[in-house]
Design a protein around this ligand. Structure first.
Ligand SMILES: Nc1ncnc2c1ncn2[C@@H]1O[C@H](COP(=O)(O)OP(=O)(O)OP(=O)(O)O)[C@@H](O)[C@H]1O
Ligand SMILES: [Mg+2]
Length: 226
């Protein structure tokens, strides 16, 4: 279990290449304290999404070690992975919303997957709809929402289980400035409430008002703090 002082995320001398490809990351050392707000930037194809896949154990590093919320991903038994996964809220680059479910059903289903049903789940959905300014959209399908509303739904779903770690891939990049601000503020509130937040973005300027932020640039397989 996590103890005070332990990093939320730690990569030690970590390298990764896709089969037959060049190294995407090489000898990467990176640590983030719990409650950090990290902004990860870098050119297209530099490996930002790959780092998220490694943190989610969708990929294993070619060498090195990765710790997430105190767990060594290389040694975590399969039966314990779902429990760790439930502590992580993900906003995928393509959002991965369920297109045939309404806003409300998308949130209820996320909670059901976490084992939350009944009155508590209902209350949590109302809270998420309010916080995400989506109450008036609750019976709409994702396709009926604006880009900003869809993104707010993806963030609300990621936040649904009070995650210890939030990974958001380009959550503001395709939004108008006003919608981007709403997403940034919502992510900052999650961090203030205690989550460690990592956002990948090619528009780091969107996050300049986040007071706790640390910005890193991925270049040639390693991270440099800006
Ligand atoms: N499944 C895969 N198989 C092989 N190569 C891949 C795969 N996914 C990504 N790559 C390659 O790995 C490199 C890093 O890709 P990644 O998606 O992590 O970049 P990114 O920084 O997220 O880019 P973007 O800003 O465009 O989202 C790229 O060269 C990409 O072509
Ligand atoms: Mg990407």
């Amino acid at each position: 279990m996590e103890t005070v002082g332990e990093p939320a995320v730690a990569l030690h001398d970590c390298s990764f290449s896709y089969p037959g490809g060049r190294h995407v990351i090489a000898g990467l050392d990176w640590q983030l304290a719990p409650g950090s707000f990290a902004v990860l930037t870098g050119a297209t194809g530099s490996g930002k999404t790959t780092i998220f896949r490694l943190l989610l154990r969708l990929l294993l590093p070619t060498s090195g070690h990765i710790y997430v919320l105190g767990e060594d991903l290389g040694r975590l038994p399969a039966r314990q992975r779902p429990k760790l996964r439930r502590r992580i809220g993900v906003v995928a680059q393509d959002l991965a919303l369920l297109g045939d479910r309404t806003v409300e059903q998308n949130l209820r289903l996320a909670l059901a997957v976490q084992g939350k049903r009944g009155r508590d789940a209902k209350r949590r959905v109302v809270q998420l709809l309010q916080e995400g300014n989506l109450m008036h959209r609750r019976h709409d399908l994702p396709v009926q929402l604006s880009g900003g509303e869809r993104q707010r739904l993806a963030v609300a779903r990621a936040a649904s289980g009070f995650p210890d770690l939030v990974l958001a891939d380009e959550p503001t990049s395709h939004l108008d400035p006003e919608s981007a601000v709403e997403i940034v503020e919502r992510l900052e509130r999650l961090q203030i409430a205690g989550s460690t937040v990592i956002v990948v973005t090619h528009v780091p300027g969107h996050f300049r008002h986040v007071s706790a932020r640390r910005t890193f640039r991925l270049e040639h397989g390693t991270l440099r703090e800006l």
